[in-house]
Design a protein around this ligand. Structure first.
Ligand code: FES
Length: 157
């Protein structure tokens, strides 16, 4: 590539980054550039998958250790803000028990990232709803296991 083209592309990238920081803030920009916990997980204990009204789909995976989240990750087909919100939802779930996770709201995510433009705030709701679905899935599985164990005890299985 010629130096001129390199310079042009660098300038263009800098402009996009500057505009993103201006519109979304430094914290959101850094999270967008490095969305931690963005990966699938095999055999999660809790799994949520929701398609929002915008048509984007988010998945959240949880692994529990002693009733608290030991590992969390997410995937999204959606926009940059959905990456930011999914990453924060996974991070905020770490170390928490199911009832503590239920207290995480879309507001929690928005406050943690320092706010998002109004048009992107629904992305935080998608992340939180998906996180709750993952916790519900874990809780239902746990209840099912307890039921199965009780039946085994009852019938000597
Ligand atoms: Fe769909 Fe952001 S626009 S999750």
């Amino acid at each position: 590539m010629s130096d001129k083209l390199d310079d042009f592309l660098k300038e263009l990238q800098d402009k996009i980054y500057d505009d993103t920081i201006k519109d979304y803030g430094q914290k959101a920009f850094e999270r967008w550039r490095n969305p931690s916990h963005m990966r699938p997980m095999e055999n999660p204990d809790g799994y949520g998958r929701i398609t929002g009204p915008c048509g984007d789909t988010m998945e959240i995976f949880l692994k529990f250790e002693n009733e608290s989240v030991g590992a969390a990750s997410f995937q999204t087909t959606g926009c940059g803000p959905s990456m930011i919100c999914g990453s924060l939802a996974a991070e905020l779930a770490l170390g928490k028990k199911p009832d503590e996770i239920k207290k995480i709201t879309n507001e929690t995510i928005l406050e943690t990232v320092g706010g998002l433009p109004e048009d992107d705030q629904h992305c935080a709701l998608l992340a939180v709803n998906t996180l709750r679905e993952a916790v519900d899935h874990y809780t239902k599985q746990k209840i099912q296991r307890i039921d199965d164990t009780s039946e085994d005890d009852l019938y000597g299985g």
